[in-house]
Design a binder for this molecule. Structure first.
Ligand SMILES: *[C@@H]1O[C@H](CO)[C@@H](O)[C@H](O)[C@H]1NC(C)=O
Ligand SMILES: *[C@@H]1O[C@H](CO)[C@@H](O)[C@H](O)[C@H]1NC(C)=O
Ligand SMILES: *[C@@H]1O[C@H](CO)[C@@H](O)[C@H](O)[C@H]1NC(C)=O
Ligand SMILES: *[C@@H]1O[C@H](CO)[C@@H](O)[C@H](O)[C@H]1NC(C)=O
Length: 269
């Protein structure tokens, strides 16, 4: 079964980070300062026992690693996602099967609406690597949604009602691609792609056994999946060129990762 966050990256991108048809004023990117939530040391918690170092030694260097900064600044939502009813339920093999189904049906709509939203961003560009990446996402998410509908024997997507949490998560991406430079469509998509393998790393302690959800978890929360890295590389390139505002990026990124956690937590145990 395919979850929303497992989309494969098989296309190669020929040209590097240009954005010909969108008007932007390049500025020098600001230095990124990492907020320290764990006082008295130089580490941040990754939740659930793992700690990773900050990328800077003293915290005073000028970092331009936007993708790392965004991930670091939104740690609390990862913790929430780990502790959500869906993730704890599949981890323990106890999630009610109806709740699993309700999540999967909404996930199909999520994928299809994300595909449309990526198309809105891609349509603003005439060519270049950003357009290629966006169009790749259009196809991946479309395939994900179509496969889920087929598996669940659903003919018409509009028959499925999504809950408020899933809708809000979708709306954040739709707003980003409607209101902002197309690169924000990439920024707002990173949390989903990065969170699922991260969850896989966190729950791997359980020897890969999750009751009836074993196959689903091992496939969808695959800890080795690194498809998000292409999106992070492009995000960092655009940031280095001064084409991304860090606060705006954090706004969409945080709403996305919060949306993921809230969607996970919207189903009953
Ligand atoms: C940004 O930080 C990540 C670690 O989170 C690292 O893997 C990546 O190489 C860094 N990118 C750059 C351009 O330094
Ligand atoms: C996870 O949820 C449980 C039950 O709601 C709560 O007791 C616990 O503190 C939460 N843990 C984290 C890390 O949020
Ligand atoms: C994008 O298109 C413009 C004209 O439409 C062309 O001049 C430019 O070389 C193209 N760039 C790439 C990377 O293909
Ligand atoms: C999306 O934008 C609309 C305004 O057009 C706003 O009312 C709504 O709260 C936004 N949704 C999200 C999730 O940010």
């Amino acid at each position: 079964m395919n979850g929303m966050c497992i989309v494969l990256f098989i296309l190669a991108f020929a040209s590097i980070g240009t954005c010909q048809s969108v008007q932007s004023t390049a500025r020098t990117p600001e230095c990124l300062h990492f907020s320290s939530k764990t006082s008295g040391n130089n580490h941040i918690s990754q939740g659930f026992g793992k700690r990773i170092p900050k990328p800077t030694g003293t915290g005073h260097e000028c970092s331009h690693n936007l993708s790392h900064w965004l991930w670091h600044e939104t740690e609390n939502f990862r913790t929430w996602a780990m502790n959500s009813t869906f993730v704890t339920g599949v981890r323990d093999g106890t999630l009610h099967p109806t709740s699993f189904g309700i999540f999967m049906l909404q996930d199909a709509i999520f994928c299809l609406e994300m595909s449309k939203s990526f198309q809105v961003a891609a349509n603003q560009l005439s060519n270049g690597s950003l357009k290629s990446l966006l169009e790749h996402e259009v196809k991946s998410y479309k395939r994900c949604g179509d496969e889920l509908l087929t598996e669940w024997h659903i003919r018409n997507a509009p028959a499925i009602v999504v809950g408020a949490e899933c809708q809000e998560y979708i709306d954040n991406h739709v707003n980003a691609t409607r209101d902002e430079h197309p690169i924000y469509g990439i920024v707002a998509a990173i949390p989903c792609l990065r969170l699922w393998p991260w969850i896989g790393q966190q729950i791997n302690l359980q020897n890969h056994q999750y009751g009836v959800y074993t196959d689903w978890v091992n496939y969808n929360f695959d800890p080795t999946y690194d498809g998000y890295k292409k999106l992070e590389v492009m995000t960092n390139e655009f940031y280095a060129k001064g084409l991304i505002d860090k606060d705006k990026a954090l706004h969409y990124y945080a709403k996305s990762i919060e949306g993921e956690a809230a969607f996970f937590d919207s189903v009953k145990p």
